[in-house]
Design a protein around this ligand. Structure first.
Ligand code: CO
Length: 209
């Protein structure tokens, strides 16, 4: 069997398993889409939002891109965030990076990877902002891990700078933004504890009044 056909085959088996446990599983899902969480994660195949949080389909609205970046000109991401807040009324937005992120490792080097270099420049910007702390870490892997964490914080900061988030905060102090890092090596999520639900930690120049 071709490898991709196995996916369809698995799908049919999965439907059977779900229906055995709960005959209304899909009927219930079709009725409404009301997730409480919006997940902004890396495209990396090892970091599937629902599996690592042990949640069911329907619980997490997901946006993924290489290295889980929040770029202010990214129409796709901004649309997901706006729709998530205004229509789905998500209460939490989680930016989840992961250790051993290929995008972060690539951005930390001077090697060219072609077209993606332009996207990874956003991580180089983060490095530049925090170069004193990062350059002081001699071990390359430790430095990469720290850059993964710092980048997640900066992506949360980037979300805080959007009019979409600030409008929502002004209305009802939601959504709450979170920064997490998943460890592909042991399966555990590290909560960076940087919850944001107002512009208190936003630099003045970015605040819309
Ligand atoms: Co990654």
């Amino acid at each position: 069997m071709e490898s991709y056909q196995k996916l369809i085959d698995n799908n049919h088996k999965w439907v059977e398993q779900k229906l055995n446990l709960d005959p209304d599983f899909f009927k219930d899902l079709a009725v409404e889409h009301k997730p409480e969480f919006l997940w902004i994660g890396c495209s990396d195949a090892r970091v599937p939002a629902d599996q690592i949080t042990n949640t069911k389909p329907g619980q997490i609205f997901v946006h993924r891109n290489i290295a889980n970046l929040v770029v202010h000109t990214d129409m796709n991401l901004l649309s997901v965030v706006h729709y998530g807040i205004q229509v789905l009324k998500v209460k939490h937005i989680i930016v989840c990076g992961h250790y051993d992120c290929g995008g972060v490792a690539a951005a930390m080097s001077n090697k060219s990877f072609g077209f993606i270099d332009n996207w990874l420049s956003n991580i180089k910007d983060v490095y530049r902002l925090h170069k004193d702390e990062l350059n002081a870490i001699e071990d390359v892997r430790s430095r990469q891990r720290r850059l993964v964490e710092i980048s997640v914080v900066e992506q949360v900061n980037n979300l805080s700078k959007t009019s979409v988030i600030q409008d929502a905060w002004r209305e009802n102090n939601l959504p709450i933004l979170h920064g997490w890092v998943y460890d592909v090596g042991d399966g555990l999520i590290n909560d960076l504890n940087i919850m944001r639900s107002d512009t208190k930690d936003v630099e003045n120049i970015y605040i819309f009044k």
